[in-house]
Design a protein around this ligand. Structure first.
Ligand code: ADP
Ligand code: UVW
Ligand code: MG
Length: 402
């Protein structure tokens, strides 16, 4: 028999799983899908078999990422693409926090699982979901390599000046406190695709990548190498996000504890789950916020303005870090779809050589595209991310050689 060539990729978020089954001979998709609202009363699975073009939906409770993966396996089996297939070479998992140990995609064994578990305190929304996904996949196909691809890996090239906080290094090292950065698979993929869009080699271009999804982060990539990113020890630092505050004075936490009478878990929940756009205006979906802004809603407008102000600060900061910028790339759910966010983030930055052409910015599509006028010194681009393809590529490179 020829070697198996298919890879199943699981991109587990805190309450969702995006998945794709790919054939790595031509990197084509055989099935794609999404499970949302895992752990809530009604979860939703949307599955598409690419070959037949058929899309099916399932609504019902799925208690955790294990139940979600079992439901996904059931849907794949209905299309004759079940996990029992001998053509499956591996399952690739997005793992959010890899700490300082994991700088490369890694075949999962017991030691790897222990390390991912040890990192739960610094990725409490994500690593537990990633672990459950891996363990369930092992249950379903114990003979198959499970490969972990870490969000932190791309950022391990950051210089110490960017990766260290200004605290006593002995204390920092004892507790492994440093800036790890996240969404690395996306920052790596998008910075490379941006170079391709410009017709250049990644080693020749400096790119600011703005990954704006529910979680959001910026990165400064010099010649294909990450030199700074906005998330830190955990995915809480940096930009304003759907439900996370991003940057704030650390003393806010002492103040909430000492004066506000909140305990640490309450503050953690406040900053991770009840802040950001949601905390500011009650909505975390940019579509809803834009609709409210169009209707003249002041609270939504303030939330939008705070989001944009922070984004602009990071564009300026990373411009300074890089010295020369060839492109700014917008990606992920908000970056790829919200023209108003792109327009507002770049507005007033003509002095830095940045501008957006209104007509180009209004175009919708799945392809990487430039939205800056021809005359602009710095290219502004929309570059759809594909974390699943990147994870599949890295997974197959590791296990598909024989
Ligand atoms: N057409 C759109 N206009 C504006 N925002 C959008 C649109 N489509 C999706 N989004 C935003 O994208 C977010 C999800 O982005 P995504 O990259 O899928 O995030 P995550 O991977 O963190 O779940 C949604 O919360 C929503 O705010
Ligand atoms: C690390 C992180 O924030 O991931 P997500 O955007 O999937 O929540
Ligand atoms: Mg995401």
């Amino acid at each position: 028999m020829t070697s198996p060539t298919r890879v199943l990729v699981l991109n587990s978020g805190s309450s969702s799983v995006k998945y794709q089954l790919l054939d790595m001979r031509d990197r084509s998709r055989l099935a794609v899908g999404l499970v949302e609202r895992i752990g809530e009363r009604t979860s939703r699975l949307k599955h598409t078999c690419v070959g037949s073009g058929e899309t099916r939906e399932q609504n019902g409770p799925m208690a955790d990422h294990g139940a979600a993966l079992k439901a996904v396996a059931g849907e794949l089996a209905k299309d004759g693409l079940g996990l029992d297939s001998p053509e499956l070479a591996a399952i690739g998992h997005r793992v959010v926090h890899g700490g300082e140990f994991f700088t490369e995609p890694t075949v999962v064994d017991d030691t790897v699982l222990i390390e991912i578990e040890r990192l739960i305190p610094v990725a409490p929304l994500h690593n537990p979901a990633n672990l459950t996904g891996i363990r369930t996949a092992q249950e379903l196909r114990p003979d198959l390599p499970q490969v972990a691809v870490f969000d932190t890996a791309f950022h391990t090239t950051m210089p110490e000046s960017a990766a260290r906080y200004a605290i006593d290094p002995r204390i920092a090292d004892r507790h492994r406190i440093r800036r790890y950065g996240f969404h690395g698979t996306s920052h790596a993929y998008v910075s490379r695709e941006t170079a391709r869009l410009l017709g250049k080699d990644p080693s020749e271009v400096n790119v600011i990548v703005l990954h704006l999804g529910n979680g959001a982060s910026a990165s400064a990539v010099r010649g294909g190498v990450c030199v700074d990113t906005s998330m830190g020890l955990t995915p809480l630092e940096g930009l304003v996000m759907g439900t996370r505050s991003g940057d704030l004075d650390p003393a806010v936490i002492f103040h909430l504890a000492r004066v506000g009478g909140m305990d640490m878990d309450e503050i953690d929940t406040l900053l991770n789950k009840r802040s950001g756009l949601f905390g500011l205006c009650g909505d975390n979906d940019m579509r809803e916020i834009r609709r409210r802004v169009e209707e003249g809603d002041e609270q939504a407008k303030l939330a939008f303005d705070i989001y944009i102000h922070r984004l602009k600060k990071y564009i300026g900061a990373y411009y300074a870090v890089l010295g020369r910028v060839d492109a700014v790339a917008f990606t992920a759910g908000v970056g790829e779809n919200a023209a108003a966010v792109r327009e507002a983030a770049v507005a007033g930055l003509e002095g830095l050589g940045l501008a957006v052409d209104a007509d180009l910015n209004a175009v919708r599509g799945d392809e990487a595209r430039l939205i800056s006028p021809d005359s602009a010194r710095v290219a502004v681009a929309v570059v759809p991310t594909d974390e699943e393809l990147e994870i599949a590529t890295q997974t197959y490179a590791l296990v598909g050689r024989e």
